[in-house]
Write a protein of this length. Sequence first.
Length: 399
Amino acid sequence: MNRGIAITGMGLISSIGNNVEENLASLTSNKTGISRITQINTVHKNDIMVGEISQTNDMLEKKLGLAPNSYSRTPLLGIVAAKEAIAQAGISNIKDCKTGLISGTTVGGMDKSEQYFYDYFESDDHWNHINGLHAGDSTQKIADALGLTESFVTTISTACSSSANAIMLGARMIKAGELDRVIVGGSDCLSKFTINGFKTLMILSDTYNTPFDENRKGLNLGEAAAFLVLESDEIVLRENKKVLAYVKGYGNANDAFHQTASSENGDGAVLAMEKAFQTAGIEPSDIDYINAHGTATPNNDLSEGRSLIRIFNGNVPEFSSTKAFTGHTLAAAGSVEAIYSVLALQNNIIYPNLGFKTPMSEFDLVPETILKHKEINTVLSNSFGFGGNCSTLIFTKEA
């Protein structure tokens, strides 16, 4: 039986809160973070709705003591979340054991590189932002801010499953003895490139997203950063650490169906969940709550719904998607919802699937629509990315 990897700290900033506590308050009071665009000058600002963080880059830089216009938004958000996680874990010396950082992102420094793109051949004044386009740059900036200058630092960019895969890799590295502690998660900000890209796919909603509803119109893009501190049993025992929850199981698979769509029957999702159950050493019947990927696109909700029916043999536990609160935060989604899963365990609650009214015609699945109190010991969280990359995480109260 897998003992699980201890989670000792969590940090989060999203459109519904600037820290973990504020996010929980929003989740339990039906406070959505979906609104019209205010911080990006895009021609689509009146066409779509997003999950936008209210703090500007200037505000974040001042909060972190950084020079104006020095960092793109992705690492700014990431540093805020990672520092909160480290503080909760009570880490005063981040170099006291083998510590690493695994961060997921898709946007990277795109918000700044697109801003100065047309100056590329005219001036070197903003070369730092042009060079900060790639995904690894944001991870390195987060690592530098945490003092992880000579540690294992890497980036995962598997689209919307990125930070879920970061958690999985971190758990595996601790289990293998490669690391004693690892900060895992992801960060993504809104950018014109992202908005335009999803707009061409015709899957953005002009109103609030409604996961698993027959009349869903598409997703709301969101921005967020979320990180968790994973630590080995030895560190937990040595420092008498409080354990928030455990990473019990994980699985990753690819249905190799389409560049941006999931297979209609959820083949990759089924494989990922099967692997997660195998790793955890538990059965589907042990799951008390499912935090679904639930993007509110026609394809995703159909594919995921069918995969849940298959893996649970028609007896699907209570489930909901929290993306109606935050929007789809892309690479950060897996770690955002990992923290929501841990909060569900700690508080014995199931979050409402906001906006749901009409069951889908293809099957008889109805998510939870009001906040529900229930004894919860095991939570399954799904994250599915473009390219068919499917990941499942299982969290438990006990090791």
